[in-house]
Design a protein around this ligand. Structure first.
Ligand code: ASP
Length: 325
């Protein structure tokens, strides 16, 4: 009996210590691990969202760009981090779904080793080329690719990344092909696109659109079902003659599994406050991002969405027969 009482007391102390810890949270800087290079779309999302979340949480947000292997190193780092809310993962449909279906030797499970915090905006992709490519619209671009099968290369952020999924959607819809060149993120890749080191890229509009507006690269189509108010002059791929290219890169935030639910809730509330802030919304929408509703951002709703995305993408990835060399 006495032993049972002591045990109960110990459990109560641990529970109390846990909630006191959650109440004191956050009392130091929080690191968001970005799986791609600085200057790209995932990095930009982390910086825009992180800046405002930091204000909401009263702490600094540190951005840690851990690049390589299509984001798998960064995600593994968070999956193995202390579950205390101070190291969190940002990623997207590529890093947190496609990679789980493509890479067979991951040392973490995307569905069970991470605790979803919040869904973040979704971004259609732009089919864009360097200004040197002599095509005026998507049909001419496809004809150019078909006449120059070995001359054209396109940037991706690695096998399974969003830009790789974009390229696969482009190949499937147009039946055209180009060589894929992997980068540590599409921030560096878009610089090479401007310089015509690579000729084509299908990437989040948040990365390409500012350069399209500046006349440094050309956009042919947006991979969405409808035109975006941020780029009303750019046709959808279907309008440009190639239906079936629709793909949106949704983003999200995750903590290591075992993070106290109070801490996940605190981070979630900060994320919702961020995406309902008028200035943050304006910045993201200007880049063509579609913002989730607070209901879609709830951890449980995001977890269900994340699981459903695995089910949706499994046959697509299998049909594309993506193999890791
Ligand atoms: N947009 C990239 C991708 O292809 C990654 C990045 O640099 O953010 O997934």
């Amino acid at each position: 009996m006495q032993r049972r009482l002591i045990l109960l007391a110990t459990t109560a102390t641990v529970a109390f210590a846990g909630s006191a810890f959650a109440q004191a949270y956050p009392n130091k800087a929080i690191t968001i691990v970005v799986p791609f290079a600085a200057g790209g779309p995932t990095d930009l999302m982390a910086r825009i969202v992180g800046e405002h979340m930091g204000k909401e949480l009263g702490q600094q947000i540190i951005i840690d760009n851990t690049t390589g292997a299509a984001g798998t190193i960064a995600v593994g780092k968070v999956a193995r981090a202390a579950p205390d809310g101070y190291t969190i993962s940002i990623g997207h449909i590529g890093t947190h779904v496609a990679n789980g279906l493509i890479y067979k030797n991951l040392n973490y499970d995307l569905l069970t080793d991470l605790a979803p915090i919040a869904r973040l905006p979704s971004n259609p992709m732009l089919v864009a080329t360097s200004n040197q490519v002599p095509a005026k619209d998507l049909k001419e671009l496809v004809a150019y690719l078909n006449h120059n099968p070995d001359k054209v290369s396109g940037g991706t952020a690695g096998m399974g990344s969003g830009s790789h999924l974009g390229a696969l959607a482009f190949f499937t819809a147009t039946k055209a092909k180009y060589q894929l060149v992997p980068y540590r993120g599409t921030g560096p890749a878009v610089q090479d696109l401007i310089a015509n080191q690579i000729q084509i890229m299908v990437d989040q509009s948040s990365n390409s659109l500012p350069h399209v507006r500046a006349g440094k690269i050309k956009a042919y189509a947006v991979t969405a079902v409808a035109r975006s108010p941020a780029m009303p002059d750019i046709p959808t791929a279907a309008e440009a003659g190639y239906p079936g290219m629709e793909v949106a890169i949704w983003h999200g935030l995750w903590a290591p599994k075992g993070t106290p639910p109070e801490i996940v809730a605190r981070l979630n509330a900060a994320a919702i406050a961020t995406l309902t802030n008028a200035e943050v919304r304006r910045r993201l929408e200007d880049l063509g991002q579609d913002l989730p509703t607070p209901e879609q951002m709830a951890p449980a709703a995001f977890a269900a969405f994340h699981r459903a995305e695995f089910v949706k993408w499994k046959p697509i990835i299998e049909a594309a027969n993506v193999k890791i060399e």
